[in-house]
Design a protein around this ligand. Structure first.
Ligand code: HEC
Length: 177
C-alpha cells in the first residue's frame, strides 16, 4: 500500500474517494447467538469453518466466518458472513451502546449519530465486522490507534473489558449499516 500510495496523484486520490464514498453500505453479517460454534482454521488472515462440520464450545469469543469460503476467496463483494456470539451478548451490547451502561461508557449515538451510521467526520459503526470493531476498541484503549480524532474515543473505551467489547461488537454487527 505504501509504494502504491506514494505514486498516485492528488486528483487520483480524490477520484478514488468520490468513487468509494458514493457506494451504499449493505448488510453482510448475520449475528448468531449460540453456545457451540463450528471448529475453525486460519485461512490467510481470517477464520473459516472446517468442512467436517465439527463443533466446539464458543466460550467468550466472537467467531466470524464467511458463509461461503470459495465465494469470499474469489473476492465477491456480495459475500456474507456469520458472526457467532455468546448467548445474550447482543442485549448486553445494546445496553452499553444505547444507555452507556450506568456510567461504564458513553452513549455512542452522541457522536456516531442517532442510527449509529456516522455524523459529520465521525464514522459509521452500524453493521460493521465484529472482529474489526473489537480490534479498534482494544487498540484505542491500549494506544495502538492514537490519531488526533481518536482522542475523542478515549473516555468511551477507558472502562470497557474484553467481554464488554465483545458484546458491543455483537450488537453493532446486528444493526443495518
Ligand atoms: C465523544 C464522541 C464519541 C463517542 C461518545 C463515541 N465515539 Fe466512537 N469514535 C469517535 C470518533 C471521533 C472516531 C474516529 C476516531 C479516529 O479517527 O481515529 C470514533 C471511532 C470509533 C470506532 C472506529 C471506527 C472505524 O471506522 O475504524 C469504533 C468501532 C467506535 N468509535 C465505537 C464506538 C462505540 C461502540 C461507542 C459507544 C460505546 C462510541 N464509539 C462512542 C467519537 C466517539
Amino acid at each position: 500500500m505504501i509504494s502504491l500510495s506514494k505514486d498516485i496523484t492528488d486528483a487520483e486520490v480524490q477520484a478514488a474517494a468520490a468513487y468509494f464514498s458514493a457506494m451504499k453500505p449493505r448488510s453482510n453479517i448475520r449475528v448468531v447467538e449460540t453456545a457451540t460454534v463450528p471448529k475453525t482454521f486460519v485461512a490467510g488472515w481470517f477464520l473459516a469453518a472446517l468442512k467436517t462440520g465439527e463443533k466446539e464450545p464458543i466460550g467468550q469469543r466472537i467467531i466470524e466466518v464467511p458463509e461461503d469460503l470459495e465465494q469470499f476467496e474469489h473476492r465477491d463483494p456480495r459475500s456474507q458472513f456469520n458472526a457467532y456470539a455468546p448467548i445474550g451478548s447482543v442485549a448486553k451490547g445494546a445496553a452499553l451502546v444505547n444507555t452507556g451502561g450506568a456510567g461504564k461508557t458513553l452513549q455512542c449515538a452522541i457522536c456516531h449519530g442517532q442510527d449509529l451510521k456516522g455524523l459529520g467526520g465521525v464514522p459509521s459503526i452500524a453493521g460493521r465486522s465484529p472482529s474489526y470493531v473489537v480490534r479498534q476498541l482494544y487498540d484505542i484503549q491500549n494506544g495502538a490507534r492514537a490519531g488526533t480524532a481518536t482522542q475523542l474515543m478515549k473516555a468511551t473505551v477507558a472502562n470497557l473489558n474484553i467481554d464488554d467489547m465483545l458484546s458491543i461488537a455483537a450488537y453493532l454487527a446486528s444493526r443495518t449499516p
